[in-house]
Design a protein around this ligand. Structure first.
Ligand SMILES: [Cu+2]
Length: 705
């Protein structure tokens, strides 16, 4: 198997974008790797990700903002050092990309938000499969099961501008991928990373493979932990976590054009949440995947790809194992155990005729959610599991890229999905109306079935007057409500409950942008404007949570510039702005991140670099108090802040690179706008945002053999 094959795979995944503009794949650079494993030095020769001499002559860097590579698409290597402190989960990593923010709930496992859009509006896949969390209040958001370091490539496609990865991706698509190994002769490789930092942060990660032309075995694992952090005031924020993952992949490559890969993975963790009434004491994950890929030559059919995946999340939350109850009313110990089993498949084929490239395929998924609860310490274990929901979806998709002229591409896609959901709850919590007692579920045993389309069309034009590409695209997505929107709300105004009352959400969005690149300078801008009909909103202003469909209007932009000032000095800036309006009541759309700017200056020479990052965030006064999503809601305006951080990187040798950083150098006390209020059982007053970490020192060592 050759490097070419990987390039072809990348193209197959994103035909429109890659067919003509192979983006820079960063995976060559800065592989993780560690010292503990120096024993493996003998393995040094056959590093399969062949580092070129040129890469070794480039100084090592700490990534502070990921620049956009091609229209709407960002591709990055999640193994590279970045500031702030190396990410503990998927959401944490995504915050490095302009346009992303996150809802914090503790030290780890925050929930990612792109352009103010939360939850299932972001399609998040790992190795092509979906890992849906189980917690009805998203303590285990899908991104919480991802250790970014364990993946080779992160791809983000902004806007409703691809239909290739499943239904409902109205805000964007996020793909964390492990790439297939390729050995030209028998050999092995070993990458490892260690991270140490303030608040007893300790990470260790190992990723190794052995193989030959015929196949490979890859084993990766990580352990990440941190104590509670202190904010800029020196106050401790309940936030500690501890998690691990291990994944194994067995690949068979009988010839250069064929790949069959079996993958098996598991993980677990625990996390304290300053912003919640319970902590997460278990985040068990089991994953299984089988993937087949074959390239063809000579005919129109270029590639066939098939995947089957199984993901299982088994989550426990309680109010006793990670916190000491306090406050006026000592809460009764209680725990809830929830699980979700997801089984999915995807078939895709790539065809090429002259100036046309077609991606066509099908995908399907079935997931089942269960729950059991107990009052008292660990009594949930004696309770029987009760199924409350099952979802299934089957869809057909196709994307066509027409290279009309050398400098112009027209890309269009369409998908059609059939969704089916069953409400298996015999009873529901009566909430405050029912005094907390279980009441009969008015939609027990009911099913809903809906067929929903999505489509997009985009024109990309290379401008001859400038070394630039401009694009304009329109996309429409009809998104079926997810588990959290149908099953978590206490009620839905005008209906017996949310299962009965919530309609699919329909997004129509215009995306425009410009990508400019010349020697020593890169600049890009991506803007969007859209209407979201039947936007699914949570309203907490009454009793409990009420889900409703409203009409919304959104717009915003992200922009970035990377400039080589001299051979050694480089400046980078980025800016992200998002705006939303609730058309139904004329007020602001809740949970919108404020204007966020980053300026970064780096000095790099030979085998080292040093940089400073200044992040400035504006105040947010466009809020809709008491409204938001299943996890978070607006509670008043927030003030702006600026945070200064510094970093340095040094390459000791071809095998060892080190990086260090001081985040929040001035130990400023500040809080992000998107947030949870601190929880009363930790002694926080209601409506107080959780502060971000104060000054944080960290160091990371990467070893690659
Ligand atoms: Cu939970």
């Amino acid at each position: 198997m050759s490097r070419n094959m990987c390039d072809r795979q990348a193209r197959a995944r994103l035909p429109g974008i890659f067919a003509v503009q192979p983006a820079r794949l960063h995976w060559q650079a800065a592989h993780a790797a560690l010292l503990v494993l120096l024993a493996g030095g003998a393995l040094a020769d056959e590093h399969h990700h062949a580092h070129s001499l040129e890469q070794f002559s480039l100084p090592p860097r700490v990534i502070t903002a990921v620049q956009q590579d091609s229209p709407l698409t960002i591709i990055t290597n999640p193994k590279e050092a970045r500031q702030p402190i190396p990410a503990s989960d998927g959401a944490d990593y995504l915050k490095t990309i302009p346009g992303f923010s996150a809802v914090r709930s503790g030290g780890s496992n925050s929930d990612p938000v792109l352009r103010g859009m939360f939850g299932s509006r972001l399609k998040l896949l790992t190795n092509g499969g979906e890992m849906l969390g189980a917690c009805p209040s998203r303590m285990d958001a899908p991104s919480s099961y991802i250790a970014p370091q364990n993946f080779d490539q992160l791809t983000v496609i902004k806007g409703p501008q691809t239909v290739a990865w499943g239904p409902g991706a109205s805000a964007g698509t996020i793909l964390f991928d492990r790439l297939p190994e390729s050995f030209d002769e028998p050999g092995s490789r070993l990458d490892a990373t260690v991270v140490g930092g303030s608040n007893t942060r300790r990470d260790m990660q190992v990723d190794g493979a052995i193989g030959s032309r015929e196949g490979y075995l890859r084993l990766s694992g990580n352990r990440s932990r941190s104590g509670d952090y202190k904010d800029g005031n020196g106050d401790r924020v309940p936030s500690r976590w501890n998690k691990w993952n291990t994944d194994l992949a067995l690949g068979w490559t009988p010839d250069d054009d064929t790949l069959l890969e079996l993958s098996v993975g598991a993980g677990d963790g625990e996390a304290r949440y300053a912003g919640r009434g319970m902590d997460g004491s278990q985040f068990e994950r089991e994953s299984l995947g089988l993937r087949f890929e074959r390239q063809f030559h000579g005919g129109a059919l270029q590639e066939l790809e098939a995947r089957v995946y199984y993901n299982y999340a088994d989550h426990v939350m309680d109010n006793y194992s990670l916190r000491v109850p306090s406050g006026m009313m000592m809460p009764h110990p209680m725990a809830s155990n929830v699980d979700r089993r997801t089984l999915g498949m995807r078939l895709a084929s790539t065809w090429v005729w002259d100036d046309l490239e077609l991606l066509a395929g099908a995908d399907a998924q079935r997931n089942t959610h269960r729950t059991r609860n107990g009052m008292g310490i660990d009594t949930y274990r004696q309770q029987p599991w009760v199924k409350d929901a099952s979802f299934s979806q089957i869809g057909l998709f196709s994307e066509l890229t027409w290279s009309r002229q050398d400098d112009q591409r027209l890309i269009g896609g369409m998908r059609l999905d059939q969704h089916h959901v069953e409400d298996s709850r015999a009873t529901v919590s009566g909430g405050m109306h029912g005094g907390g007692h279980a009441m009969p579920n008015p939609t027990a045993g009911d099913t809903r079935r809906e067929t929903l389309p999505s489509a997009f069309l985009r024109l990309e034009q290379d401008l001859s007057s400038l070394p630039a590409t401009a694009y304009v695209g329109i996309g429409h997505v009809q998104r079926f409500p997810d588990y959290w929107e149908l099953f978590s709300p206490n009620q839905s105004l005008g209906a017996v409950n949310a299962f009965d009352g919530i309609d699919p959400e329909r997004t129509t969005q215009l995306d425009v942008g410009l990508q400019y690149k010349r020697e020593g300078m890169e600049a890009w801008i991506s803007g969007y404007a859209g209407v979201v009909d039947d936007f699914i909103l949570f309203d907490y202003t009454g009793m409990g949570s009420n889900a409703e469909n409203i009409d919304a209007q959104i717009m915003g932009a992200e922009t970035g510039v990377a400039l080589d000032i001299t051979d050694n000095w480089q400046a980078e800036t980025s800016l992200a702005w998002a705006w939303g309006r609730n058309r139904s009541d004329g007020e602001a759309l809740p949970q919108m991140p404020p204007l966020d700017a980053r300026v970064n200056l780096t000095y790099a020479r030979d085998n080292w670099s040093a940089g400073a990052l200044w992040r400035v965030v504006a105040a947010q006064s466009r809020t809709a108090d008491g409204k938001g999503n299943v996890t978070s809601r607006d509670f008043g305006d927030s003030s702006g802040f600026g945070v200064l951080s510094i970093n340095a990187a040094y390459r000791f040798s071809g095998e060892i690179t080190g990086s260090v950083g001081v985040d929040n150098l001035l130990d400023k006390a500040y809080a992000e706008h998107l947030n949870l209020a601190g929880n009363g059982s930790f002694g926080f007053p209601a409506d107080t945002r959780i502060n971000e970490p104060g000054r944080t020192l960290w160091a990371k060592l990467d070893f690659s053999f």
